[in-house]
Design a protein around this ligand. Structure first.
Ligand code: ADQ
Length: 438
């Protein structure tokens, strides 16, 4: 049975003259399963051009998209309407009917390309908020085994109802046989939306809609456990060199895509407060914030970047040596080496579907993450220091607590944390979802 994955991003990166499966992300998690079953990946390629890329056991089909479609579908509807709503940022919500037209058209194009690639008996796995309509479009055109995984949170009905197309969105997802979320809370809110907006009946965790059963459940994603554990020894030397760049200082690290949901400004303000209240620490710690550029075509992100660079610059000047901001996508090994060098990670999104940084950090370092209670991961990771990223004073105090924690407590917390992270393996997640899909 071939497997056809539909996801906004293609699963490859360019290496020399060819392509390789991208490390660390969704592609790496799915590749073992796809290679076993044989399959295709439908995505939007750079520059919007069409074409195919052949990898072992996997063909990538690029859906050709015009610049106008990309503007409406991706920068518009997906990232200015859906993304802020799903993360409960109502004031950032923007809407235009033209964006919705483009979103629908692109969902149709993805579904058609998937059906052409899949053929008789294929299973389809749709990913994320870019493609909410694809499950129903696939089913209408004859697909019989369709799963969808929603990587971002699912909001309460009052928030979802702000979206003029809320009902169409829910009906689009109900075209699947299996709808997966990171947490049971998101799944429960989706059931409620399906009941109220689409008239679905809820029975024993599943939904019944138009004579079909749609299973809805929590499938928490994880990271590449074996790969990260194997990286540890490789990282030792580079981690030591990073520590040597900051002599006499204990290292804290933060790493995020630039996004207002990640709470980077709030984190920097809490750190500023920590240093202001505890001036003796300014010579003993350094906080390395590693931010990778993201969605630069969306106005809100340009504004955020300007504010972040201003605040980061001011912190670097005010506390020389105690704060460093790197604004670039780091090579994976370099990022992990920074994790390995740090004894505390500040993982403090204002809202996050799951968040993988806390897990990656736990596996390659000796330290503990401070983790936002508003990340999906908070439901699964015991041992972390749970924080409220909106509470500047509380977060500043938690930084102090993390640094002062007795080694025995840190070890005990890490033990509980590592056991949980090892259970949340990425490849096991993919295999588990596909098994549930049948
Ligand atoms: P993202 O919002 O992208 O994912 P996350 O899950 O944290 O968030 O993954 C980010 C990835 O980028 C991590 O692997 C991290 O190591 C890497 N990264 C961070 N900073 C970097 C830097 N400066 N340079 C290079 N790499 C960097 C979405 C949802 C999440 C959900 C995932 C998976 O928003 O909630 O966990 O999908 O479902």
């Amino acid at each position: 049975m071939p497997l056809v994955v539909l996801a906004n991003r293609e699963p490859v990166r360019r290496v020399g003259g060819g392509y390789q499966v991208a490390v660390g992300g969704l592609a790496a998690a799915l590749y073992p399963a796809i290679r076993r079953l044989g399959g295709a990946w439908i995505a939007w390629g750079p520059g919007g051009q069409g074409g195919r890329i052949e990898l072992e056991g996997l063909t990538v089909h690029r859906v050709p998209l015009s610049e106008r479609r990309v503007a409406g579908y991706y920068r518009g509807y997906a990232n200015q309407a859906l993304w802020p709503l799903m993360h409960l940022f109502l004031e950032r919500f923007r809407h235009r009917s033209g964006w919705w037209r483009d979103y629908r058209a692109v969902n149709r194009a993805f579904a058609e390309a998937a059906l052409a690639a899949g053929g008789e008996g294929a299973a389809y796995w749709v990913h994320d908020y870019h493609l909410a309509l694809a499950p129903a479009l696939l089913r209408e055109r004859g697909a019989r085994r369709v799963g969808v995984f929603w990587h971002v949170p699912w909001p309460p009905l009052e928030v979802l109802a702000v979206l003029p197309e809320a009902e169409a969105l829910v009906r689009g997802l109900l075209g699947a046989d299996l709808v997966g979320f990171h947490t049971e809370d998101y799944a429960e809110r989706f059931r409620e939306a399906a009941r109220r907006l689409a008239g679905a009946e809820v029975r024993g965790g599943a939904l019944f809609h138009r004579g079909r059963r749609v299973r809805v459940g929590a499938f928490p994603i994880g990271v590449d456990v074996a790969g990260l554990e194997a990286a540890r020894t490789r990282l030792v030397e580079r981690a030591r060199a990073i520590r040597a760049e900051h002599p006499g200082r204990r290292i804290l690290v933060g790493a995020d895509r630039l996004d207002y949901t990640k709470g980077i400004l709030e984190r920097l303000r809490a750190y500023r407060r920590f240093l202001t209240r505890r001036p003796e620490m300014a010579g003993r710690v350094v906080f390395l914030q590693l931010t990778s550029p993201s969605r630069e075509g969306v106005p809100a992100y340009r504004g955020l970047r300007a504010r972040l660079l201003r605040l980061a610059g001011a912190l670097e000047r005010r506390f020389p040596g105690a704060f460093v901001h790197r604004y670039q996508a780091l090579d994976r090994e370099e990022l992990l080496a920074h994790f390995a060098a740090a004894e505390l990670a500040l993982v403090t999104p204002l809202r996050d579907g799951m968040n993988l940084v806390a897990m990656e950090y736990a596996l390659v370092s000796q330290g503990l993450p401070l983790l936002s209670r508003f990340a999906g991961a908070a439901a699964y990771l015991p041992g972390v220091l749970l924080v409220n990223p909106y509470d500047e004073a509380g977060l500043a105090a938690a930084i102090g607590e993390g640094l002062a924690m007795p080694p025995a407590e840190r070890r005990a917390r890490r033990q509980a944390l590592l056991a949980a992270v090892r259970r949340l393996d990425a490849a096991a997640w993919a295999a588990g979802f596909l098994e549930a899909l049948g």
